[in-house]
Structures are given as C-alpha cells and as structure tokens.
Design a protein around this ligand. Sequence first.
Ligand code: KIV
Length: 259
Amino acid sequence: MSILDLQAMKRSGEKIASLTAYDASFAAMLDQAGIDLILVGDSLGMVVQGKESTVPVTIDEMIYHSQCVTRARDKAFVVVDLPFMSYSTPKIAAENAAKLMQQGLAQMVKLEGAKLDIVTFLVAQSIPVCAHLGLLPQSINQLGGYRVQGREKNSADKILADAISLEQAGASLLILECIPATLAKKITNQLQIPVIGIGAGVDCDGQILVIYDMLDIGVNRRPRFSKNYLKEAADISEAISQYITEVKQQQFPTPDHSY
Ligand code: KIV
C-alpha cells in the first residue's frame, strides 16, 4: 500500500480499514487479514506500558515498536506517531521523523494539532505527514479529560479551519478523534486528502481503532466509540476480519459508537 492507494480509495469510495499495532505478531495478523493501514500509535504508552497517558512515551520507544511492526508486515501502509515534544520545532521534528523513517521504516509520521510550520517543513524534506485533530491525547494535561471535541460552533469551526490549513500545508492524511459525526462528515467532504475517524462517525473515508480496545483486552476501560470484536469471534484473526468487513460495508461505527 502507498499513499496513492489510499488517495484512490477516497476517490472510489472504498473505506480505509485501519488499526493500531505495536508488535510483530499483531502486525502480521493485521496484514494477513488485509488491513489497509497500521498505526504504530503512542497509545502504546497506555495499552502496552500501562501508563496514565501518552505523554511519557519517548522517540526511542516509538522507533523500537515501529521496527517490531515493519519487520512483520508485508502490504499494509505503516504510519508512526511522533511522541509528545518530539516535534516542538521544525528541526527537532525533522530529526525525529527521520529516525522513525530510517530506523523504524515508517512510511508516514503522525503529529497532533494544527502545527502548520512543522507540517510545511517536514513535507519540504519529503517526509509524508498524517495530521490529527479533535481529541489530542498528547494535550491531556491541558484538556483535563478525554472528552468529545467540537460540540460548540466556535470549536467546530476551528477544527474545520485547521483541517483545511493542514491540507494546504501539505498533510497527506488526517485523523479525526472524538468529534461529532456531522462535523467529521463536513470535513471529509471538504478535503481532498483521506480522512480517518476514531469516534468520528461513519462518513469518514476510513476508520481506526486501538487494537487492544477492539479486542477488549486493555488495562483501561474501552471507550464508547470502540466495539468488542472478540465477543462474537472464534479467535483474534476472525475478530480483525470482522472489523475490516464492517468498516468496508459501513456497518461500523453505528450511531451508538458515534457522537
Ligand atoms: O496513538 C494512537 O493510537 C492514536 C489513535 C487513537 C488514532 O493516535
């Protein structure tokens, strides 16, 4: 899979099925099931390391988990998170993104927020960028809690304006986390780049979940927007295949998993 394939999927209306993975075994299982995109998310700080938030995750940990994943996947597109404070200036961002790409073999890096100067600089160095708007887990200490974003008109307008600016700055993909489905639909329709939702309704170009949440094996409570796919599956592979089918057929997320 390349970014061209993901763009073609947006144009053709085929939904992009994505999940997180942090190790070789899950990466191989996802790849064999036909997942389109794997995110090595800094959510590993919470679901793998058992930490309170993603804030303590380091660039070396992201490189290590990225290596575990890219070693085992064959076809899926791999995006890797730049962790907290690893993109505080364009120079620092470029150095850390280069590590994720050269050592971790990431095909794209993801960063949170409307960091337009950083995105512009990375793209100018031929580093593809996935932006992330809505609920920003790395800003949890500022936000005070994991809550739906963009419910009021002002904040919804800001998320839409930021999404357009990020596309203009050169972002190739956008993840929208925990925002009202109507807002996510509006953003998805306005942008040319693929938009992948998590708790953002069924009208995005694709869906992503944290794999531990969709198997309901996390140390934390499963978020409302996730679904336990292991409940009705014989094994993990069947749960992953069912998730992919439901995303492709737009059976997930239902209104129960949306805001
Ligand atoms: O770190 C992560 O897993 C993420 C997803 C929640 C999109 O950023």
